[in-house]
Design a protein around this ligand. Structure first.
Ligand code: AMP
Length: 281
């Protein structure tokens, strides 16, 4: 595995692979990698000839008072894991590279960024969309891989790729979980042992809502109430939101007629965690 830092280097690696007739797969991350990230790398390894992963903790997607300054890092561990999972090129851009002095261009994906995490983290998806547009423009991949753990983020990115006519295919992959159901996340590192033991309540709340849905429950407010009730049984967890939305465009729904997604965010100790469940009638 090679490590590159500049736009010129990552683009040259990508163009060389394509000139040789290969496909290029790209996995953007913020590091502190786990098996959720590695599932994306493995899928890229299966589908593409050159696999590029980036690690960049993007400052513009963090709000004031959020965890930018303490976001976990482990570059040695990430390198070893990427190598083990078949990554060819590790791209480590610095902030100057992605936000050169005087930079003043932003990408805003309007409707999809408004609800859910967008409403609680103003500016978050503007930061995400902007950095992903830059990463894709620099690395020029054929395929870019994103996890459904960040469901709204994937929707925002699909929209931006279409709206900006970017020649890349967005590949979405399922949520990878710990054995007890907790969605893998770099932010799980913030959990104390007691908080870690409490956190699977999020998945249990989604399971309970899914059971209600499978039993014919089609009232989105009732499904949200199931999540609230289950999360409330765990004193260490505080729900930020639980909302059922249209799975395709995240619009509000009054009844679950087509596919919907039940998204939640919750504070558990020092961590704000997200999870979701798609429900298809
Ligand atoms: P992050 O490093 O948190 O920005 O995540 C980088 C990519 O990994 C994003 O596309 C995430 O959706 C994806 N990802 C993070 N956690 C998981 C998970 N548990 N399962 C699947 N994909 C994940």
């Amino acid at each position: 595995m090679r490590t590159v830092r500049t736009v010129g280097e990552v683009r040259a690696a990508s163009r060389d692979a394509r000139a040789a007739g290969g496909r290029v797969g790209f996995v953007p991350t913020m590091g502190y990698l786990h098996d959720g990230h590695y599932s994306l790398v493995q899928e890229a390894r299966r589908r593409d000839d050159l696999v590029i992963a980036s690690i960049f903790v993007n400052p513009t997607q963090f709000g004031p008072g959020e965890d930018l300054a303490r976001y976990p890092t482990d570059l040695d561990g990430d390198r070893a894991g990427l190598q083990r999972n078949g990554c060819d090129v590790l791209w480590l851009p610095d902030a100057q590279t992605l936000y050169p002095p005087g930079s003043s261009t932003w990408v805003t994906v309007e409707a999809l960024s408004a609800p859910l995490c967008g409403a609680r983290r103003p500016g978050h998806f503007r930061g995400v969309a902007t950095v992903v547009a830059k990463l894709l423009a620099a690395a020029e991949p054929d395929d870019a891989y994103f996890g459904d753990k960040d469901y709204q983020q994937r929707k925002v990115i699909e929209r931006l790729v279409e709206d900006l006519c970017l020649p890349v295919r967005v590949v979405g992959l399922p949520i990878v979980r710990e054995p007890d159901g907790l969605a893998m996340s770099s932010r799980n590192a913030y959990l104390s042992p007691a908080d870690r033991a409490a956190a699977p309540v999020l998945r249990r709340s989604l399971d309970a809502a899914r059971a209600a849905f499978d039993a014919g429950g089609r009232d989105p407010r009732a499904l949200e109430a199931v999540v609230r009730r289950v999360v409330a049984t765990e004193p260490r967890a505080r729900l930020d939101y639980a909302e059922v939305r249209d799975a395709a465009d995240l619009s509000a729904v009054d009844r679950c007629e087509g596919p919907v997604v039940l998204c939640l965010a919750a504070f558990v100790g020092a961590a704000r965690l997200i999870d979701n469940q798609v429900l298809t009638p």
